[in-house]
Write a protein that binds this ligand. Structure first.
Ligand code: SF4
Ligand code: MSK
Length: 666
């Protein structure tokens, strides 16, 4: 049993300074955190569970399988590789389902917006036309809402499609990759269907051949990456605006001692956007004044934080592992949550303070929380009800402690369009300069650091990997809680170029961009797929994603979504490195992921424990791709001459597209 703390007894394992400061306070002494639970449980986990060979898919089990021991196969005869593959595939199905259900809500919200219902509007008409074209929706002489409605309905139909034809967004992928998917028979059809088929095929007595199971796992993951996640990202951009670079702040120090603090936690930005709008309404501001507060301070947690950070510059107070800590400041009137990554413990931490946890989605309720249903068709009114509840809590606030140590400036908002414009210039947007700089060796390659934080591993790992990569001239793209963590480490600001190798530094300096680019929330990994495709299309770096000197890692993965992301990266031709996989209980299956998939996809999973080892693997894989492309010899020191500098200067660096500054106080 985790017990109440006496001061900061577990702090030795915690690297976040703000967390340590909070836990050392008297007001936090009764707070039991996930760190305490990790400690009290010890680090040992069930060997079968952690190696992927515990099967409880039927009531003859659970069966614990020992690889290579004949009498230790399943009662039904299932072998270690079958069980490990089924478990891995089910993780992918669960992760894809989470993205899919999120995306469905966004598409439904998009349709309502197109119908003129609710407070939102179609903001990015350029992108609307672009995506409409992909779906074959006519745009000429048509009102934006009419186009959006047709697009939204076609997008929604992709979820429940029973046709055999592939999902529409697949045609955005490089031609060669599309042909490969077709040849392998893994083009996803209906988005929901792929999850259902995955669950069916891993039911007792169905698919019992691990490679065949993984074909469907790839199809399911692709239906997430190129289907639901991509739809969610693109339609959300059309509705709320495609992110552009802006300055903001991260860390718990963004809470205000004299304002009503409301943290927004979860994933679906419909709620968060409505709260941002409602928090600017005069009646709400008056109410805050009436209770003695100077204003309303919204701050993000987890990926909702990333969504409003990217589009509005609203600060992020915490990533996944600080969600309890942000409450332990005693300064939060309400934590408003929707779906995914919300730990049940937050309601228990909140009991020590005046804070309410407000659940807002019928799909995600929690004991000891207050439930106020967010009604999308009355979004502003719902948001106001939630805000009023939080404001009323302000009077109950007692002692607070807001750490001021680590408030860090970040520059965020690097959608794939931004990267295009920034490097190529607004009049001739293109990935050409990025490709050229990779070919000439100033930039060695691209490394994506994505995914979660994890209480069992050091939060510093993200920073260690990123520093090693940029030092070696690898441009880093970041999403999700990894991006928040890198922001807190000071790597998301242009000043971080001092940590970059000479080639990368030169490019970043000229364009005015940080060496680590924040590309959004975990659903926004689809932006990385598009960026990679654009690099292929631009030419000079091969004709498929698998040719690019690019690789991803989710070093501190926690959520099943991260495994779905990993598989859609691999199936798209991009290698990934994870810190562990629950597949080691079957040598055959584990090796298939680490080596065997190369023949089919031109990419594999990699596993490495230590962060520097992860970075080393990433750099080695990048160099191997450079070698195969015949551009490794060009990785010598290339200095910018005046013409090159002028060419890049013509791009819209972050100074040109506007650093809007923090906009969080209303
Ligand atoms: Fe055991 Fe087979 Fe049932 Fe799994 S499906 S629990 S291995 S009998
Ligand atoms: S919130 S899925 S902890 S990134 Fe997207 Fe963060 Fe991972 Fe949840």
């Amino acid at each position: 049993m985790a017990t109440k703390r006496d001061g900061c007894d577990g702090c030795a394992d915690i690297t976040c300074t703000s967390t340590k400061l909070i836990l050392a306070q008297d007001i936090a002494k009764n707070v039991v955190t996930a760190y305490d639970r990790v400690k009290s449980r010890g680090m040992s986990a069930c060997l079968f569970g952690s190696s992927g060979t515990c099967c409880r898919n039927c009531n003859m089990g659970p069966c614990q399988i020992i690889d290579g021991v004949e009498e230790m196969i399943g009662i039904c005869g299932a072998t270690a590789e079958t069980v490990a593959a089924r478990n891995f595939a089910r993780t992918i199905a669960a992760g894809s389902a989470a993205h899919t259900d999120h995306a469905r809500e966004m598409v439904k919200g998009f349709i309502e917006t197109a119908k003129g219902h609710g407070p939102h509007e179609i903001k990015d008409v350029d992108k609307l036309h672009k995506i409409a074209k992909i779906f074959g929706v006519a745009t000429e002489d048509r009102d934006k809402n009419e186009i959006a409605l047709e697009l939204g309905e076609l997008a929604l139909a992709e979820f429940g499609s029973q046709d055999e034809k592939p999902l529409t967004m697949l045609k955005r992928a490089p031609q060669k990759r599309q042909e490969l998917w077709k040849k392998m028979g893994i083009e996803p059809r209906g988005i929901d269907r792929e999850v259902v088929e995955m669950m069916h095929r891993t039911h007792m007595g169905v698919d019992q051949e691990y490679k065949n199971i993984m074909l469907q796992a790839s199809r399911c993951a692709l239906s997430d990456g190129w289907g639901s996640s991509m739809l969610s990202t693109e339609l959300t951009d059309i509705m709320f605006g495609t992110p552009v670079p802006r300055r903001a702040i991260v860390d718990m120090g963004v809470l205000k001692s004299d304002q009503v603090n409301i943290t927004v936690h979860g994933h679906e930005p419909l709620l968060a956007e409505a709260l941002c709008m409602a928090a600017q309404e005069q009646d709400i501001l008056d109410l805050a004044k009436k209770v003695g507060a100077k204003g309303i301070n919204l701050a993000g947690v987890c990926c909702t934080g990333n969504e409003i950070l990217m589009r509005r510059g609203i600060p992020v107070a915490a990533g996944f592992i600080q969600q309890e800590m942000v409450l332990a400041t005693g300064a939060v009137e309400a934590m408003v949550v929707d779906v995914q990554c919300v730990m049940q413990s937050v309601a228990q931490v909140a009991k020590n303070f005046h804070t309410d946890i407000i659940t807002t989605n019928y799909r995600a309720k929690m004991p000891d929380a207050v439930h106020i249903q967010f009604e999308e068709d009355a979004a502003l009114e719902s948001a106001k009800t939630i805000l009023k509840h939080a404001i009323n809590n302000y009077k109950k606030r007692s002692k607070v402690f807001i750490p001021q140590k680590e408030k860090v400036d970040v520059v965020v908002g690097f959608s794939h369009e931004t990267i295009n414009n920034m490097l190529g210039g607004s009049f001739r947007s293109s990935y050409r300069p990025l490709n050229d700089n990779i070919i000439n060796g100033r930039i060695r390659g691209v490394g994506a650091i994505v995914g979660c934080d994890n209480y069992k591993l050091s939060d510093e790992n993200h920073e260690i990997i990123a520093r090693e990569l940029i030092k070696n001239d690898v441009l880093v793209l970041a999403t999700g809680c990894a991006a928040t963590s890198l922001g807190k480490a000071g790597l998301l600001c242009p000043e971080a170029i001092k940590f970059a190798g000479p080639g990368l530094r030169e490019v970043c300096e000229t364009v005015g961009m940080p060496p680590v680019l924040h590309m959004g929330s975990c659903v926004d990994n689809s932006r990385i797929l598009i960026a990679a495709t654009e690099m292929v299309r631009e030419g000079g770096l091969g004709d498929d994603i698998s040719d690019l000197p690019a690789i991803g890692t989710a070093p501190l993965w926690m959520s099943e979504k991260a495994v779905a992301i990993g598989q859609y990266f691999v199936a798209s031709g991009a290698q990934v490195v994870f810190q562990n996989l629950a597949t080691t209980g079957s040598k055959k299956f584990h090796n298939y992921l680490l080596e065997g998939m190369m023949d089919s996809y031109g990419a594999v999973w990699n596993v490495a424990k230590e962060p520097l080892e992860i970075a080393r693997i990433m750099i080695e894989r990048i160099d191997a791709k450079r070698e195969a492309l015949g551009i490794n010899k060009q990785r010598e020191r290339v200095l910018f001459d005046m013409k090159m500098r002028r060419d890049l200067d013509a791009g819209a660096g972050i100074g040109d597209v506007g650093c809007t500054g923090p906009q969080h106080n209303t």
